[in-house]
Ligand binder design. Structure first.
Ligand code: COA
Ligand code: AMP
Length: 633
């Protein structure tokens, strides 16, 4: 455990106490850090359905705050974005002025394509600066972007298109994986053919590695359109206007469209960048993720830019691009002050280079600390990373729904502690509780459902795109007065939160959140499958990988099953799902009413002791399943 934060800073304990005792007063104070067009007079509006709206009458523009504002303050010549792509060998920097100009012109391209304030825009792009520019250009004109991770298959893209009903889709000719070029345009074309609400136009960034076939009348060339565009100013938006939709896996096949508003997001995220991550204007921040995930939104694009930092946008992997030393090279080359990454990435580096030879001779003196999240940070990786870098390593926990950390050590405040093995203490604004199934509070360190007491702080999602009832049902119904996070865990005697894993049908594969329910939907349609359950099993590199437990139909041939199921998941969901194992079992554990006991399966897979529930139809089946799963532990 350590407390390395300087004592001249505001105290964590004061911020936290104030945020809990007087949320309105605390967050009203934090609004002062934001350059509103019209500062809000009303801080918090509590609605009868349990949701909140922050800063109702405030008016602002997130793109202005991320770019123009810093230029006004004299930071125009400071690098805003550094693009480093070992995939292509390109290294490029954009100052705040250059990035603002690119974004302002791209905003005009969007307008010319018919995009208006409030319209949806889908962004399906690799990790190139234009992806960040696309997000910011939408924000500039009040369009609502939804970035879809490039690893998702056309079917998944189509599902998101149909939900967002975008006016425009932005893409690139290709993404780059270790040693192959993935052509995006054919994937987009297939998705548009599958979608019921395809956008009328597609803006395509041609990359040198692949040339996209353009469909006349629908597809627009990015470079050509931009060359003719003039910059447009940011529009004034209401605090509650949506900034983006981020689709995330729920327990069913239908992803949830998490909506982030402009005002709450600006205040909450700016608070996180300074109080949690300890970032100051001019600092260099590296969020190692992809813009297709919430961490990419908050920690590659909006967070560092709102805070006036230089953000590093990396197109590469932790290993093999070209080797396990690439992270250390980047930290040294750009003088990175702080970074975020997923534990999987560090596990990959450790596995490839256990002695950290790639780090030798590298100057990491600018680096103050490393933040890890997205999945549990295992003790071995934590200890290795801390030992090899000589820097503090912090686990912290959040979700797409919150948009910024719920628990974390606060490096911008004094007296906040970090405890290895835990996900750390709640950040100001979050009251974390552990409840049992009946909703009674567990105060004794016993595990249960992790919930957040309402009101949620600014920036947390308060609705789902076009489906508010589903939001209420998924998050606020189970435990009245609390937001149900879907994670299980406990709070120890010192108040540190320990996240143990999901309590629903969501798994985390290499830090990517995926729905087992969705995979199950598909697997169960295979003609040989009578029924199935997909669960996450531990994986030394990726944390978890999915495994399908399948009961065959009478007389079905098990021969081609595995290959067909694996191919189906790749084809329908995407390679990132990594479903590679299918196991045939005689039966699945069920309640007497026929419901598959997934919670029991999850526990067996995690190696926990399982007492056969009284509702189970046949307890003997648990022994068979435990045997099948034992090889994965
Ligand atoms: N576009 C297209 N395909 C993609 C993709 C993208 N953006 N991202 C991943 N894929 C594909 C990969 O090519 C791979 O396909 P394959 O099965 O045909 O080889 C599959 O999806 C799985 O990819 P990945 O999870 O990257 O596994 P990997 O074995 O190729 O690499 C790691 C292992 C550890 C290097 C990699 O998982 C990694 O970098 N993890 C860090 C993840 C991360 O930063 N997450 C942040 C979210 S918080
Ligand atoms: P996402 O919404 O994609 O960011 O995924 C959020 C989920 O990832 C959480 O609900 C957790 O299950 C998991 N997660 C994120 N950070 C951590 C962490 N530090 N420790 C354990 N699980 C985490």
């Amino acid at each position: 455990m350590n407390d390395s934060s300087p004592a001249h800073l505001p105290r964590y304990i004061d911020h936290y106490a104030r945020s809990v005792e007087d949320p309105e007063g605390f967050w009203a104070e934090q609004t002062l850090a934001v350059a509103w067009f019209q500062a809000p007079l009303q801080t918090l509006l509590d609605k009868p359905d349990g949701t909140q709206q922050w800063f109702t009458d405030g008016r602002l523009n997130t793109c202005y705050l991320a770019l123009d504002r810093h230029i006004e303050l004299g930071r125009g010549a400071q690098p805003a974005l550094i693009y480093d792509s070992p995939m292509t060998g390109v290294q490029r920097q954009f100052t705040y002025v250059q990035l603002r100009d690119e974004v302002a012109r791209l905003a005009e391209v969007l307008r010319e394509a018919g995009v208006k304030q409030g319209d949806g825009v889908i962004i399906y792009m690799p990790m190139v600066p234009e992806a960040a520019m696309a997000m910011l250009a939408c924000a500039r004109i009040g369009a609502v972007h939804s970035v879809v991770f490039g690893g998702f298959a056309p079917n998944e893209l189509a599902v998101r298109i149909d939900d967002a009903q975008p006016r425009l889709l932005l893409t690139a000719s290709c993404g780059l994986e270790f040693d192959r070029v993935i052509e995006y345009k054919p994937l987009v074309d297939r998705a548009l053919a599958l979608a019921r609400h395809p956008p009328a136009q597609v803006l395509v960034l041609q990359r040198p590695q692949a040339r996209a076939e353009m469909q006349s009348g629908r597809d627009l060339d990015w470079a050509q359109a931009l060359a003719e565009a003039r910059p447009v100013p940011p529009v004034e938006l209401s605090s509650g206007d949506p900034l983006y939709i981020m689709y995330t896996s729920g327990t069913t096949g239908r992803p949830k469209g998490i909506v982030r508003d402009n005002g709450g997001h600006a205040v909450g995220l700016l608070y996180a960048m300074t109080a949690v991550f300890g970032m100051r204007p001019g600092d260099v921040w590296w969020g190692i993720s992809d813009v297709g995930w919430v961490v990419g939104h908050s920690l590659i694009v909006y967070g560092p830019l709102l805070a006036g930092c230089t953000t590093v946008l990396y197109e590469g992997k932790p290993i093999r691009t070209p080797d396990a030393g690439v992270y250390w090279r980047i930290i040294e080359q750009y003088g990175v002050n702080s970074l975020f990454c997923a534990p999987t990435a560090m596990r990959a580096i450790r596995r490839q280079d256990p002695q950290a030879d790639g780090l030798k001779g590298r100057d990491l003196s600018t680096l103050r600390q490393l933040f890890l999240a997205g999945e549990k940070l295992d003790g071995a990786t934590h200890a290795w990373l801390q030992e090899k870098t000589g820097k503090p390593v912090h686990d912290h926990w959040w979700q797409t729904e919150t948009g910024w950390p719920v628990t974390a050590p606060c490096m911008g405040l004094a007296g906040s502690r970090s405890k290895a093995g835990s996900s750390n203490q709640p950040v100001a604004g979050y009251v974390v509780r552990v409840l049992d199934e009946q909703g009674a509070e567990r105060v004794d360190g016993e595990p249960g459902a992790i919930v957040l007491r309402l009101p949620l702080p600014p920036g947390c999602s308060q609705t789902l795109w076009r489906d508010h009832p589903r939001y209420l049902d998924a998050y606020l119904k189970a435990f009245p007065g609390y937001f149900h996070t879907g994670d299980g865990g406990y709070v120890d005697a010192e108040g540190f939160v320990h996240i143990m894993g999901r309590t629903d049908d969501v798994i985390n594969v290499a830090g990517h959140r995926l729905s087992t329910g969705e995979m199950e939907d598909g697997v169960s349609h295979h003609p040989s499958v009578a029924e199935c359950a997909v669960i996450g099993v531990p994986d030394a590199l990726k944390g978890q990988v999915p495994l399908a437990l399948v009961v065959l139909k009478d007389g079905a041939d098990p021969g081609p099953l595995q290959a067909e199921v694996v191919a189906w998941v790749r084809e329908q969901i995407g390679a990132l799902a990594c479903l590679r194992e299918v196991r045939i079992v005689k039966r699945l554990p069920k309640t007497r009413s026929g419901k598959i006991l997934r919670a029991v399966l999850r526990k067996i897979a995690a190696g926990e002791d399982v007492v056969a529930p009284s509702t189970i139809d046949d307890p003997v089946i648990l022994t068979e399943i435990a045997q099948v799963l034992s090889v994965f532990r």
